[in-house]
Design a protein around this ligand. Structure first.
Ligand code: MD5
Ligand code: FE
Length: 205
């Protein structure tokens, strides 16, 4: 069962039980051994993000003074991104229900003071596929609006184990993370929150 919070924006609360969350977290920890969290920077200004990131799968999203882009290797180690863990790819099959596999999984890590300002995800060449988001760890105050900046927004508390699917008219909705609510989950020993987003980047051929 899910809640449709805006057209095409589907919220699957408590989609994953604690055991499944712990298993995916272990997969993510293994990815991060190979591809450590890096600190992205804003295009032009080079101002660092408060969120740290890594990726797995064939492509990964990166940002630095040169701009936002997808690339097949880690910006610091220059090594190819680790493979997508099968359990993550399986979530795509279940929830996204599109035949082409995800090309990128962006891993965001939010410490207690990290935020993500309102933005659209439009660095992909194909907007027809949905974006699937999985939250692990502390609850986040997520804000989602419409396709135009300035459209009314609504706030949702994304908790550990929640899946959020952005499809159709919501694929280009403005969204962001206003704040993390510290101490709301015991999943991460260090506290904070991981958000995983599974994405297609290129049109399926
Ligand atoms: C997060 N991540 O929780 C947030 C929200 C990002 C990002 O926004 O770009 O890494 S995940 C929900 C989301 C992801 C992609 C698209 C849309 C929402 N959307 O079109 O509304 O770390
Ligand atoms: Fe986004």
């Amino acid at each position: 069962a899910h809640l449709e919070v805006a057209p095409g924006a589907l919220w699957f609360r408590e989609a994953l039980a604690r055991e499944a969350q712990a298993a995916l977290l272990a997969d993510i920890r293994a990815v991060l051994e190979e591809a450590p969290l890096f600190t992205p920077a804003m295009p032009r200004t080079g101002k660092p993000f408060s969120v740290r990131m890594s990726n797995c799968g064939p492509l990964g999203w990166v940002s630095d003074a040169a701009g936002y882009r997808y690339q097949p290797f880690h910006p610091n180690t220059r090594a190819p991104w680790p493979a997508m863990p099968p359990a993550l790819a399986a979530l795509w099959t279940t929830y996204a229900a599109v035949p082409a596999p995800p090309e990128a999984c962006l891993i965001n890590y939010y410490g207690p003071d990290a935020r993500m300002s309102l933005h659209q995800d439009r660095d992909e060449a194909d907007f027809t596929a949905p974006v699937l988001s999985l939250s692990l760890g502390d609850t986040a105050l997520f804000r989602i609006g419409g396709e135009t900046r300035g459209d009314a927004t609504r706030s949702i508390r994304l908790a550990s184990g929640d899946i959020f699917l952005l499809s159709g008219p919501s694929r280009l909705a403005f969204h962001g993370i206003d704040r993390i609510l510290p101490g709301t989950s015991t999943l991460l020993a260090e506290g904070g929150r991981f958000n995983l987003t599974l994405r297609r980047v290129n049109p399926a051929t």
